[in-house]
Design a protein around this ligand. Structure first.
Ligand code: HEC
Ligand code: HEC
Length: 481
């Protein structure tokens, strides 16, 4: 079955659809007919759309970790309980549940509305938006390698005792999804496809909240992308973490050595997964505003895919990795519970790193990115647009990820045309105002790059719309300030 190319922008489009839904009147005038079509698709989907799944389930059970990620220490940190090992059918059900808006009271929000694959399953917004438009009190958390946390506790403040407990909490959260478990069961039972998916996963068609939590947990635990540039080097190298890794640049390796040495990062973000087993106070605030686990201590999250998960910290206060590094370098605040690792002679440590050292540390953090976190296994199965007419011409455009994104000054929008086409590229803000027209005219077949300069533009999320011979493609970009 042929898939249209534009499902690659899937999650992004869903966000847009949600915005369209919320701000329909203002946006309709701007986006015109195409919006109406998108909106109609939205209405159909929330009314009872079915997921499109592969005939043979994708592989989730066999993650295939390289040796440096199969050490006894890492295996010990894997909090998979003995009654919930991943199966391909179980994680497939989890995938469908993760992206199903039926799990929210008004069917507008799924887990995937606040955990985007392209952002390491975090949310580029400082605070996420729940089913009725309310903001979450904290920044969403990335989910790469989320299975590795020894105590098995989840959330910034570790209030969920296990992942199995965690997965039912957003559904019932009054801001996030606002649903009751009995109502969820009723909704899933009313579909044509869930009984079969539950039978595949658990042997019988019975739909229970326990099974929902087990399946969602399996899906989340499968989100392991072990092929970052750092991993490629480590796989070739073996041995303990912390020594320069083959394949990284001199600058990246210098950053690695700061991370594992002078910078003390590794003392909390330990080893190859940058995890530890208990919460810490890293000196964000002199006076506790959000106590977290208590005394301003928060879960030490893995830094896997950290390049993708901006903004940073429990309240998303830092927009870039540069900001984070500058905070550790010069901004650690005194606090009675400040971790002793970050104290020198009774005072918060001041590293006084040079500009080059700070840049090296950031460069190292970027080697932890593995883009395969956007793999189809973890993608939205409701968002696949199937070609009902096989004779239809193949897609004109392959829209690549903009680079960089998020960005401060300039980004490159990249796309490929299969044949000559009239291409119009426009940018809108979230209120639907036209911000810029970047390109308008005939373009040859082949690869193209359109630059967007944002010197005079406020920070925030923008919608880029590329129209090729009238067919719209959408991306969201984040401008940092
Ligand atoms: C409205 C936005 C929103 C929705 C919907 C949402 N989440 Fe989250 N998620 C968040 C935020 C915000 C946090 C951090 C909250 C905190 O720590 O207090 C979070 C944290 C998490 C964590 C903790 C990760 C860790 O390392 O401790 C997991 C796991 C998670 N979400 C999974 C899910 C699942 C599964 C669903 C769907 C059933 C879901 N989320 C729905 C916003 C959302
Ligand atoms: C004392 C323990 C400790 C040390 C040392 C430490 N961190 Fe952290 N780190 C934390 C904690 C705890 C958080 C989460 C804090 C919060 O959100 O309130 C965190 C968060 C982060 C984040 C944001 C993660 C996200 O998803 O939002 C980054 C990036 C980070 N640290 C990088 C570093 C670097 C680089 C160093 C070394 C210069 C370092 N850390 C040293 C404990 C530590």
């Amino acid at each position: 079955m042929a898939l249209r190319n534009w499902h690659r922008a899937s999650i992004i489009e869903f966000t847009l659809l949600k915005i369209l839904h919320l701000r329909m009147r203002r946006l309709l005038t701007i986006f015109g007919l195409a919006s109406v079509i998108l909106l109609a698709a939205f209405a159909v989907r929330s009314g009872g759309d079915e997921p499109v799944l592969p005939d043979t389930p994708y592989n989730y059970a066999d993650i295939g970790l390289p040796p440096h990620l199969s050490t006894p220490g890492i295996e010990e940190a894997d909090n998979t309980p003995s009654n919930n090992a991943i199966t391909d059918a179980g994680a497939t059900l989890g995938r469908v549940l993760f992206y199903d808006r039926r799990l929210s009271a008004n069917e507008t929000v799924s887990c995937g509305s606040c955990h985007f694959a392209e952002n390491g399953f975090s949310d580029p917004r400082q605070f996420s938006i729940g089913f009725e438009g309310g903001a979450t009190p904290r920044n969403s958390m990335g989910l790469s390698f989320t299975r590795y946390y020894l105590t098995g506790k989840y959330f910034w403040d570790e209030r969920a005792a296990s992942l199995e407990a965690q997965t039912l909490m957003p559904i019932q959260d009054p801001v996030e999804m606002g649903m009751t478990l009995p109502a969820v069961l009723d909704r899933l039972e009313a579909t044509t496809f869930y009984p079969g998916l539950f039978a595949d996963a658990f042997g019988t068609q019975e739909i229970t909240s326990d099974r929902i939590s087990l399946a969602l947990s399996q899906f989340l635990r499968s989100m392991v992308a072990p092929n970052s540039r750092y991993d490629q080097g480590r796989a070739a190298q073996g041995g303990p973490a912390g020594v320069p890794v083959p394949g990284l640049t001199t600058q990246e390796n210098e950053g690695l050595q700061i991370f594992f040495g002078e910078g003390r990062c590794n003392q909390c973000h330990e080893g190859d997964l940058q995890i530890i087993d208990f919460p810490r106070n890293n000196g964000l605030d002199p006076i506790t505003t959000d106590p977290g686990v208590g005394d301003g201590r928060f879960k030490v999250t893995s830094l896997r895919n950290v390049e993708l998960t901006a903004p940073y910290m429990h309240d998303g206060r830092f927009e870039t990795l540069e900001d984070v590094v500058e905070f550790y370098n010069s901004g650690i605040q005194p606090h009675p519970a400040l971790d002793r690792i970050l104290i020198d002679a009774g005072q918060p440590v001041r590293f006084n790193f040079s500009e080059d050292q700070r840049a090296a540390l950031v460069a190292f953090l970027r080697t932890l990115t593995d883009d395969s976190i956007t793999d189809v296994r973890w993608s939205d199965p409701f968002d696949i647009v199937t070609d009902s007419e096989p004779t239809e011409a193949p897609d004109l455009v392959a829209l690549r990820a903009a680079f960089p994104n998020p960005f401060r000054t300039q980004t490159a929008l990249r796309f490929e045309l299969t044949e000559v086409a009239n291409v119009k590229v426009t940018v809108y803000d979230l209120a639907g105002r036209l911000i810029a027209t970047l390109s308008d005219g005939s373009r040859a077949a082949g690869f193209h790059e359109v630059l967007w300069d944002v010197h005079a533009i406020p920070g925030g999320v923008y919608v880029v719309r590329l129209e090729a011979d009238g067919r719209p493609y959408i991306r969201m970009l984040t401008v940092l300030r």
